[in-house]
Design a protein around this ligand. Structure first.
Ligand code: SF4
Length: 323
């Protein structure tokens, strides 16, 4: 307890109750201190905020535009329209409304413009092919590509995402379960990729639990419609999310200890320096001769497949686990 006002929020890992006003102050200070402590931005940065229209990304946009003057940065939003009917249009509307209130520019890139088909169309094809890859895998790969491309086209020097503590711990557990060490090494608060074509990514909400972000949006009236992506049922994260939340309920602070384990692992496992390699088709960084974006595009689009095969010979989809 900090003051005598009615408490609104219980912060379990602090073992303390806070009123709405003190919670907002605590929340904003933590995000600001995270940005400063980890040097997520430098004066003069042009920060593109990757906004999906969900609570985390809207909060990131809201706070970075609030801090922009103090930090000496310019902030704008970038969004991706995957083409998910009954979902994306509502989230984009919420995003445009908030951006108008904040007076920040929003730039939107769509799957249709970049790849020639929507996610809905892609999912239809994935189903015809037996759903060997799930919609979220395709969506995640394409979304990262478009987000980076739009940010780069608007001269962003940083790309801020809304990943919070819960996202980070869930991804860590998933990577650990799949022995995906590269994934663990890659997922820090700031990306350390060296390619000139990738805008460095930063995560201002890295240390903030999802529940607190939700509480903040409710107190601050940051509105996001309660619509869910129809493909969420295919996401592997669901059961892991439940498990992490259950353990946290029984043992407050569990998520922070998981994050600390991840950071320790990232420090101890030093990835050997690898000369950056690039996709032979599109020229973007890739550990394989063909990047995942081009691979999935070729898998879903005959014309693109022909183009790829002209450049690098027949693609063996089996080799990539797609058949
Ligand atoms: Fe994309 Fe999956 Fe998220 Fe839907 S739930 S927006 S398909 S990543």
């Amino acid at each position: 307890m900090v003051c005598s006002k009615k408490a609104s929020v219980y912060v379990s890992y602090l073992g303390d109750h806070l009123c709405a006003e003190h919670f907002v102050e605590y929340f904003e200070r933590r995000v600001y201190d995270t940005i400063v402590h980890f040097r997520l931005v430098e004066e003069g940065d042009r920060v593109a905020v990757a906004v999906s229209g969900g609570k985390d990304s809207l909060t990131t946009l809201y706070l970075l535009s609030k801090f922009a003057g103090r930090l000496g940065i310019k902030v704008f939003g970038v969004a991706v329209d995957e083409g998910i009917a009954g979902y994306r249009e509502y989230k984009l509307e919420a995003l445009r409304n908030l951006a108008a209130k904040l007076g920040v520019e929003i730039y939107v890139g769509s799957f249709k413009d970049y790849f020639g088909f929507t996610l809905d169309e892609a999912v239809k094809k994935l189903k015809e092919k037996g759903l060997v890859i799930k919609p979220c895998s395709v969506c995640g790969v394409f979304r990262r590509y478009v987000m980076n491309a739009v940010a780069r086209e608007h001269d962003a020097s940083k790309l801020a995402t809304g990943h919070n503590l819960d996202d980070e711990t869930q991804v860590f557990v998933m990577n650990a379960l799949k022995s995906h060490i590269d994934g663990i090494l890659r997922e820090g608060i700031i990306s350390d990729e060296t390619s000139a074509t990738l805008v460095p990514r930063i995560k201002p909400l890295y240390l903030i639990p999802e529940k607190e972000v939700l509480t903040y949006t409710l107190i601050m009236n940051i509105y996001t419609p309660f619509v869910e992506c129809p493909y969420i049922v295919y996401a592997m994260r669901h059961p892991i999310r439940h498990w992490v939340n259950e353990v946290e309920d029984e043992d407050p602070g569990f998520k922070y200890r998981l994050l600390a384990s991840k950071e320790l692992a990232r420090k101890k496992i030093k990835a050997p320096y690898k000369q950056p390699t690039y996709c032979k088709v599109c020229g973007e960084p890739s550990t394989n001769p063909i990047c995942k974006t081009c691979l999935y595009r070729a898998y879903l689009d005959e014309k693109y497949k022909e183009l790829v095969e002209e450049k690098m010979g027949k693609i063996n989809f089996k080799r990539y686990g797609l058949e």
